[in-house]
Design a protein around this ligand. Structure first.
Ligand SMILES: C[S@@+](CC[C@H](N)C(=O)[O-])C[C@H]1O[C@@H](n2cnc3c(N)ncnc32)[C@H](O)[C@@H]1O
Length: 263
């Protein structure tokens, strides 16, 4: 059985989002969509190094963050002493019912062993009337496996997806990280109402192919790359270097799916 996703993130915590601020920029864009007021009690589920936590604190929210990776939590608390952070499984939160006005989870739900359990926990800890929003992996907009969707076939994002698609043939179907989820189904099954689908975009410029490779190795893509046979990994590496020869700007769009807890 594959290791839980958080173990890979624990290993890459030092480099995570440091090669390029991909998740941090998404976090800022997602917070603009959610637009919480100052004083909002915000819970960041699977916080990593603080992509959502940082903009929530900047808006005056009172932030609690949880992540199963001790290395992520250590770096998060060092960078943001104002946050109340816990090493905790988002599928079984040791937090009381109804204590938050807003719960957010960026690029986490689709990597869980049991995505429905994570969404149910978000519902439980929200106050009546509170909203839960998440990104990553919804089959509805074609962002399977957590890769946010792209439009232009010749773009760096599209060609990167194409490279992953070609090399997927060398892997077990269970290898890699993250599975498509149906966001609307997950939200409805947990009891959320007033569902919304918003979107968030980023554009990240890479200096060269080597930087693109270092970035790919610093987050969930690494699970896919590590699972390749050695010779194919070398081939994949050369493919990544070539990708950045033309277009060096990675543009990604993700759905931001949310629902309100009745009350
Ligand atoms: C792709 S990262 C996203 C981190 C952050 N939300 C961001 O946008 O940068 C996924 C995060 O989920 C955490 N994670 C994975 N499974 C988890 C679980 N069962 N409980 C808590 N955190 C988990 C990982 O440790 C990692 O920090």
């Amino acid at each position: 059985m594959a290791e839980p996703a958080w173990k890979l993130f624990d290993r890459v915590a030092d480099e995570y989002d440091q090669v390029a601020p991909f998740f941090a920029e998404f976090g800022t864009a997602i917070m603009e969509v959610l637009d919480p007021p100052a004083g909002c009690r915000f819970l960041d589920l699977g916080s990593g190094r603080g992509a959502l936590t940082a903009p929530a604190l900047a808006r005056g929210c009172v932030v609690t963050a949880v992540d199963a990776s001790p290395a992520m939590v250590k770096r998060l608390t060092a960078a943001y002493p104002a946050v109340t952070a816990h090493v905790m499984d988002v599928q079984a939160l040791a937090l009381p019912e109804g204590g938050f006005d807003l719960v957010g989870s960026s690029f986490v739900i689709h990597v869980l062993d049991d995505p429905a359990a994570g969404v149910a926990e978000a519902y439980r800890v929200l106050a009546p009337g509170g909203r839960f929003a998440f990104t990553g992996g919804s089959a509805r907009t074609g962002g399977g496996g957590g890769a946010p969707s792209v439009a232009d076939e010749t773009s760096l994002g599209s060609r990167l997806n194409g490279l992953f698609g070609r090399f997927a043939a060398y892997l077990d179907p269970d290898a890699g990280m993250g599975r498509p989820v149906d966001a609307a189904d997950l939200l409805e099954e947990a009891g959320f109402v007033d569902l919304r689908e918003d979107s968030a975009q980023v554009a990240i410029t890479f200096r060269d192919g080597e930087m693109l490779w270092q970035w790919a190795m610093s987050h969930g893509y690494r699970a896919f790359i590590e699972a390749l046979p050695d010779d194919r990994r070398q081939e994949f590496y050369r493919g990544v270097l070539e990708l950045a020869e033309d277009d060096r700007v990675l543009r990604r769009t993700t759905g931001v799916w949310s629902g309100r807890k009745p009350g």
